[in-house]
Design a protein around this ligand. Structure first.
Ligand code: IPM
Ligand code: MG
Length: 327
């Protein structure tokens, strides 16, 4: 049982390199407990392939209940070849998606910065990525990841048909837009909203909603860009971007791209927040952007920095300890 004043950190190491990168991060957590007076109750729970093997589901109801009771969740990585044969609804990834959806973690912050030592590792010329500092804000609880109807059905007369649905309400677009405006205002003050308003109805509504929120943030310069153009502009001239806000699917794609710009996907953290700017018992999940890297798992060579930096984001956004986050 945690003492009343203690924060509860729920730790899920996950699959593949998860145990290694989280293990190293917990050493850092321990340092803050020993040296910085961080009072933390650490609980462990299973999610993903490890949970499928031990508990029969990618995330159990019991683990979900623990997640609701925690102040923050620190996550390793999910998935691996052992579970690739499972149908989509039973795959390890569904544990992570359930957490995001049921905890309503709608604002996914994916910062990409270029460390000078890694400038040579980027596929882009060093002069293009020097000083790279982009924050992708990805909507995480709606869009094609969760909208209904979806499924695969047999067609009369032969063949099969697959359906995914992309849906966004004005409420879902507005709350993530506002989170992004808030972030932009504390950075360089530039927000680029990314959609496919030239093709998609969801893009039309998204753009209208983001534009109408802009009036409340006069100090932020808002621009709009089509997603395909954004993908191209990111490799052509990444320095034009400060904060990017976009939907769940475009955010998935573009955040991998911004991460790779920085030289390595292995170094970037993320925060998935229920309510940005509300430290305390706001629901939040912190995880590296990279996957479970089964090819190098268990060899002690995985770089834990993305997970350590995810804990730094936890110190900032959930535990209201910005100075410790800097440390
Ligand atoms: C990510 C990952 C996940 C996603 C997978 C593991 C379900 O690619 O967090 O970007 O598609 O959201
Ligand atoms: Mg992804």
């Amino acid at each position: 049982m945690a003492a009343a004043s203690e924060l509860i950190l729920l730790v899920r190491v996950g699959d593949g390199i998860g145990p290694e990168i989280v293990g190293e991060t917990l050493r850092v957590v321990g340092w803050f407990q020993d040296h910085r007076g961080l009072e933390l109750h650490i609980q462990h729970a299973l999610t993903g392939g490890a949970a499928i093997d031990a508990e029969g589901a990618a995330i159990s109801d019991h683990t979900m209940a623990e997640a609701f009771d925690s102040d923050a969740i620190l996550f390793g990585s999910v998935g691996g070849p052992d579970w690739d044969h499972l149908p989509r609804s039973q795959r390890p990834e569904t544990g992570l998606l359930r957490l995001r959806k049921e905890l309503d973690l709608f604002a996914n912050l994916r910062p990409a910065v270029c460390y000078p030592a890694l400038a040579g590792a980027s596929a882009l010329k060093p002069e293009l990525i020097a000083g790279l500092d982009i924050m992708v804000v990805r909507e995480l609880t709606a869009g094609v990841y969760f909208s209904e109807p979806r499924g695969i059905s047999d067609m009369v007369g032969g063949g099969r048909r697959a359906i995914d649905t992309q849906a966004y309400t004005s409420f879902e677009s507005e709350r993530v837009a506002r989170a992004a405006f808030e972030l932009a205002r504390g950075r360089k003050g530039r927000l680029c909203s990314v959609d496919k308003a030239n093709v998609m109805e969801t893009g039309q509504l998204w753009r209208a909603v983001v534009s109408s929120s802009a009036g409340d943030y006069p100090e932020v310069e808002l621009s709009h860009m089509f997603a395909d153009n954004c993908a191209m502009q990111l490799v052509r001239k990444p320095s034009q971007f400060d904060v990017i806000v976009t939907d769940n699917l475009f955010g998935d794609l573009l955040s991998d791209e911004t991460a790779a710009l920085s030289g390595s996907l292995g170094l970037l953290p993320s925060a998935s927040l229920g309510a940005v700017g509300e430290p305390g018992r706001a629901r939040a999940l912190y995880e590296p952007i990279h996957g479970s890297a089964p090819d190098i798992a268990g060899r002690g060579v995985a770089n834990p920095l993305a997970t350590i930096l995810s804990f730094a984001m936890c110190l900032r956004h959930s535990f209201a300890r910005p100075h410790d986050a800097e440390l």
